[in-house]
Design a protein around this ligand. Structure first.
Ligand SMILES: [Ca+2]
Length: 313
């Protein structure tokens, strides 16, 4: 049984690998990609989503979405991590196709309504498109199969501030709406993704197995790897966005807990995801008033990496 998904993305080196998985895995039916600014500006995100589909020889609809956060000013794209073109500054072939005429939020609403109960949303960038889709049609909370968000951190600490993960920090107001919308949602944050390290030998196997797309994945990975070596002192990369798809197909590889999420939208903790375990009483109910969701607290890193490599080699 294959799982129909919409992949909401800001490609991005680790997004690119996740897109390759969504295109390759027999149990994933990629209905479309919706793009957002984040790792790159919105035009580059849309270009890269189209390109990655074409390199895999597939015609996947792409709908362009959020160009900036809902409320706060936009931060410059992190060109030192993903390259100015989002794919490690390597030379890229021309794109032939173009984005759909409808916006990303409209694509999400239309697709979910066309197949109620079937479609999973997998979001691996800032969450403006999902927030806008909720605004456009609040009834989608009842019609999605599930929502999987790569973002946030429960106990792991942050990657762009001491407490905030990049996707949530990029648009905390959108994240606050999406994480508390009352739909079946799982947060795959740094507590899980930092357990997973993709080594250079794994990337070699992926490059060999993915043809033209493999060259782009491998060369962009080399750029991203240099950042990880310098920033975290590890030889390898955390494949954050691929972990969201690993959760879709292999949830048993993740340790999870139920609870309530709140997002700090300003102040020193801006972008922090605050998790109150279900049933736990604190001094006041304010941390436990959002709908119950699932949060990943850890992952079987080697098993997730095996799943990624075996999908792509
Ligand atoms: Ca991403």
């Amino acid at each position: 049984m294959s799982q129909p998904i919409i992949f909401d993305t800001d490609p991005g080196v680790d997004d690119a690998q996740a897109i390759a998985i969504a295109l390759a895995h027999p149990e994933i039916e990629l209905l479309g990609m919706t793009t957002t600014y984040g790792n790159v500006d919105i035009e580059t995100a849309t270009h890269n989503a189209l390109l990655l589909g074409e390199l895999a020889g597939q015609k996947i609809p792409v709908a362009q979405g959020a160009a900036a956060p809902l409320v706060k000013p936009k931060h410059p794209a992190p060109a030192h991590i993903h390259g100015a073109n989002g794919l490690g500054n390597i030379d890229l072939p021309d794109v032939k196709g173009s984005a759909l005429a409808i916006s990303a939020p409209q694509f999400i609403v239309d697709t979910v309504n066309a197949r109620p109960g079937d479609v999973s949303l997998v979001a691996v960038g800032p969450l403006g498109n999902l927030a806008a889709a909720l605004q456009l049609d609040p009834s989608i909370t009842e019609k999605v199969k599930q929502v999987i968000v790569m973002g946030g951190s429960i106990k792991e600490g942050g990657n762009v501030t001491p407490v905030a993960e990049a996707n949530i920090f990029n648009d905390p107001h959108a994240a606050a709406r999406v994480l508390s919308a009352g739909w079946p949602l799982t947060l795959v944050g740094l507590d899980a993704t930092h357990r997973c390290v993709l080594a250079p030998k794994d990337m070699d196997a992926i490059a060999a197995g993915q043809g033209k797309l493999g060259r782009v994945l491998a060369e962009s990975y080399a750029f991203y790897r240099a950042f990880y070596q310098q920033a975290l002192g590890i030889d390898g990369c955390c494949p954050h966005d691929s972990c969201a798809l690993a959760y879709l197909i292999k949830p048993e590889l993740f340790t999870t807990a139920k609870g309530h999420l709140n997002v700090a939208t300003e102040g020193v903790a801006e972008g922090q995801t605050v998790f109150a375990p279900e049933g736990r009483e604190f001094m006041a109910p304010r941390w436990s008033q959002t709908p119950v969701v699932t949060a990943c607290l850890s992952a079987d890193g080697p098993a997730v990496i095996d799943w990624i490599v075996s999908t792509l080699k």
